[in-house]
Design a protein around this ligand. Structure first.
Ligand SMILES: [Zn+2]
Length: 148
């Protein structure tokens, strides 16, 4: 018999900002993956942590807080705007989106983006209107090929 490690009840996480945050079993299953646990080691403030070591905030707890607030937000919409027909599945999807929004971050957060992406993808350039590499666009070729 294989016993599932999936919790069947919601679990409560304590947070210094949001207090008790209750997450459904599917979110707990995602939290328990190596991919999500990796966020414990990614500094929210990039290299700022090395200058201000007390300013420690990692993508892990940040993402838990985002999932919590996303859930509160969509539950508020469901309560106050019943015409939107928001389902429990919708709420779960919004919570998962909040939880996972930073899973793709590299080490040192956005500092990594500015240093690594230009090296790894010289064919892309940052979009100044987005102040970062989100939605990076292909560079135009420097020289146009002329057909004779
Ligand atoms: Zn984030």
């Amino acid at each position: 018999i294989i016993y599932s490690k999936v919790p069947v009840l919601p679990q409560v996480f304590n947070d210094p900002i949001h207090g008790h945050m209750e997450f459904p079993p599917l979110l707990v299953k995602i939290i328990d993956t190596p991919q999500f646990q990796r966020l414990r080691n990614i500094k929210q403030l990039g290299g700022g942590y090395y200058v201000y070591p007390a300013a420690s905030h990692n993508r892990f707890e940040h993402s838990l807080g985002v999932a919590h607030l996303a859930g509160e937000f969509v539950r508020s919409l469901k309560k106050n705007q019943p015409g939107l027909l928001i389902t429990d599945r919708d709420i779960l999807c919004v919570e998962i989106a909040g939880l996972c929004h930073d899973v793709g971050h590299g080490p040192f957060s956005h500092m990594f983006d500015r240093m690594f992406i230009p090296e790894a993808r010289p064919d892309l350039k940052a979009r100044p209107d987005l102040k970062g590499w989100e939605g990076a666009v292909p560079r135009r070729p420097k020289h146009k090929t002329t057909h004779l």
